[in-house]
Design a protein around this ligand. Structure first.
Ligand SMILES: Nc1ncnc2c1ncn2[C@@H]1O[C@H](COP(=O)(O)OP(=O)(O)OP(=O)(O)O)[C@@H](O)[C@H]1O
Length: 251
């Protein structure tokens, strides 16, 4: 497996605070789909922000086989967006290009690309609406379009499927797969274990300050869930695990 990012004895956390997770030895597989799984507060967002460069590692190494300043696109959690900012959807999505083009470039030059990104997630008809007028699901699609627009090698997504309907989940998954077919690598923090096992190759399981990297197949059966402590304790808190164990009892 070729890695696009390697974590070597990495400790992550916030300045002047104790490490959230230490001793991370993990790899982001090139052109793969890697899920970050774990309870609230376990450190998934912190790891995404550390890879992005927004948060500095507390210790250890983070080795990139790409240019972290140019090749990474990030989709933050929906709750981090200031919806009262007076900007229309099209302008909001075009801010995805600022890192490459500079904020002073006129948006008209990139209107075609922006429209295409909006069309890819099915909200092109809302282009002129203020972002405060969008529903939660529409804004989630907008965040996704802003990330797509950057056409980056590595996509980091923080809970992209939270609070969106099934149709939107389907569209966003299709787009992620298309990006992967075009060579991108995907890392996403996800709470729905069923989505993880169906669509991702590997995951990093966060539990009580540790991280373990496993193949998603390891999550498929209850017997395998006892393989490692993090797998077992995280999975037991999910309805997916309860569903599997119920099926086993009835078998
Ligand atoms: N800016 C910050 N300064 C200090 N501590 C922070 C900061 N942001 C997050 N934390 C703390 O770091 C820990 C990990 O938070 P993080 O947001 O990475 O968790 P998470 O796994 O993404 O959780 P969730 O599933 O709820 O999004 C938490 O204890 C949180 O309180």
């Amino acid at each position: 497996m070729q890695a696009i990012v390697e974590m070597d004895n990495l400790a992550i956390g916030h300045r002047n605070h104790q490490a959230v997770v230490s001793d991370i030895h993990a790899q982001v597989p090139s052109n793969g789909m890697l899920a970050l799984v774990g309870p609230n507060g376990a450190g998934k967002s912190t790891l995404l922000k550390t890879i992005l460069g927004l948060v500095k590692p507390l210790d250890g190494g983070l080795h990139y086989h790409l240019d972290p300043r140019k090749d990474i696109a990030y989709m933050p959690q929906l709750c981090s967006v200031d919806r009262s900012f007076p900007i229309c959807l099209e302008e909001f999505v075009s801010t995805g290009l600022w890192a490459k083009t500079g904020w002073w470039r006129p948006m008209r030059r990139y209107q075609q690309e922006v429209r295409e990104a909006l069309a890819q997630v099915g909200i092109e008809q809302l282009a002129g609406k203020l972002i405060e007028e969008l529903s939660g699901g529409q804004l989630q699609r907008a965040l996704f379009a802003r990330m797509l627009l950057q056409n980056s090698k590595l996509l980091l997504l923080d809970e992209p499927f939270n609070g969106v309907d099934e149709a939107t989940v389907k569209i966003l998954l299709q787009q992620l797969k298309r990006c992967r077919e075009n060579g991108a690598t995907i890392v996403a923090a996800i709470h729905d274990l069923e989505l993880v096992t169906q669509h991702f190759d590997q995951c990093l399981l966060f539990d009580s300050g540790t991280v373990v990297q496993v193949d998603c197949q390891e999550l498929l059966t209850p017997s395998k869930l006892t393989l490692t402590k993090p797998v077992a304790s995280i999975a037991k808190t999910t309805s997916f695990y309860q569903h599997l164990t119920r099926d086993k009892k009835h078998a």
